[in-house]
Design a protein around this ligand. Structure first.
Ligand code: FES
Ligand SMILES: [Fe+2]
Length: 367
């Protein structure tokens, strides 16, 4: 798991002035809106004596801890310690980490890290969002799986043939082979498109007409460790574009937000059918991915037997190593070995301005 990327924390419609607790990267956070409607995200652990801020209340644009009523503003700074009496100044260490947020595509994104704004990797854009001729549907689901295993599955051009009966022939075609392809490198990931024979050819005549004569062009790409897209072009004009924001709840548990855009079947009555189809496909993936061993991507390529069709898997892992070398990878072994008397926080940008913090930052692998 990596700090210093944007993560989807929830649907914007689910966050109001009542605090909402969210777990990401094995840490708890609290989300709430201020009176202007702006969403804020703070580390959930009160630095007084460990109250869970999400159990508190939002008062005067501050979150009030349920235990002794300390109030933290939207920047995480404590403004009031009731036990000290009216007007008393809170101690300098009385601050919790506060994280940058953005609302986009119906989601609340939180930047979980301490990079200054100019250096932050982007949120994966959805160019078709609210464009004429496109319609979106949204889904979320949770897997008991590692997010890297899940992203690798999404990028993998060789699994469709076997995991998704609706896309492939389960290896029954003698001429099946993943074509040679060269992914295009981008700042925060890569992308590729390829043509393949799809099993639309063995479905009903009407579907064939709708989806083409069994040749589909599809491609995928990723941006950062846990955001990816898939574009499926059933015909030269009938397209489905999917954007997937995965949030590691922990190393072995992932919350997945899927935004599906389509430029055909625009009738809102079709939404349910589209979402059902998306869920059915995701379920086919889930069963396989949750059973992978080891559950977490091995750190050495030598522990698996990779072939040319796994090229994108290797590229993805190389990118992860680059981000690890920047010192952004959480040291999960150290995190798991910590005693129950310790709670860490994901460091926020304000850690560069103030030196005094009650909670230690999460251990990171040495760069
Ligand atoms: S633990 Fe939060 S105010 Fe005491
Ligand atoms: Fe799949």
């Amino acid at each position: 798991m990596f700090i210093n990327f944007w993560y989807a924390a929830g649907w914007a419609k689910d966050v109001g002035q009542e605090p909402v607790k969210v777990r990401m990267l094995s840490h708890d956070f609290v989300l709430f809106r201020d009176t202007e409607g702006v969403v804020h995200c703070l580390s959930n652990t009160c630095v007084h004596r460990g109250g869970s801020l999400a159990q508190g209340k939002v008062l005067n644009n501050c979150i009030q801890c349920p235990y002794h009523g300390w109030q933290f503003d939207t920047g995480g700074v404590c403004r009031k310690v009731p036990s000290l009496g009216a007007g008393a100044k809170p101690p300098p260490r009385a601050q919790v980490d506060a994280y940058p947020t953005q609302e986009r595509y119906g989601l609340v994104f939180v930047f979980l890290g301490d990079l200054p704004e100019a250096e932050r990797p982007p949120i994966m854009p959805i160019d078709e969002w609210e464009q004429d001729g496109w319609r979106s549907t949204e889904l979320d689901y949770e897997w008991r799986a590692n997010y890297e295993r899940s992203i690798e599955n999404g990028l993998d051009p060789a699994h469709n043939e076997f995991v998704h009966p609706s896309h492939g022939f389960s290896g029954a075609n003698e001429d099946y082979k993943v074509p040679d392809f060269e992914p295009k490198e981008h700042d925060w990931g890569f992308s590729f498109m390829m043509k393949f024979r799809s099993s639309a050819g063995k479905t009903k005549e009407s579907m064939k007409k709708e989806r083409g004569e069994g040749t589909t062009e599809a491609g995928t790409g990723h941006m950062g460790p846990s955001q990816m897209w898939t574009h499926i072009h059933f015909t030269p004009t009938n397209w489905m574009h999917q954007y997937i924001y995965e949030t590691p709840v922990s190393e072995t548990h992932t919350k997945i937000y899927l935004i599906n855009l389509r430029n055909g079947m625009l009738d809102p009555d079709m939404d349910e059918r589209i979402s059902k189809g998306n869920l059915m496909i995701a379920e086919q993936d889930r069963v396989v991915i949750e059973a992978l061993e080891p559950p977490i991507t091995p750190t050495s390529l030598a522990r698996e037997t990779l072939v040319p069709a796994d090229k994108v898997i290797v590229r993805y892992r190389e990118r992860l190593i680059e981000w690890q070398q920047r010192g952004w990878r959480i040291d999960v072994d150290a995190l798991n070995a910590k005693g129950d008397d310790i709670v860490y926080a994901i460091p926020s940008p304000a850690r560069h301005e103030h030196r005094r913090w009650a909670l230690h930052p999460v251990p990171l692998l040495a760069s």
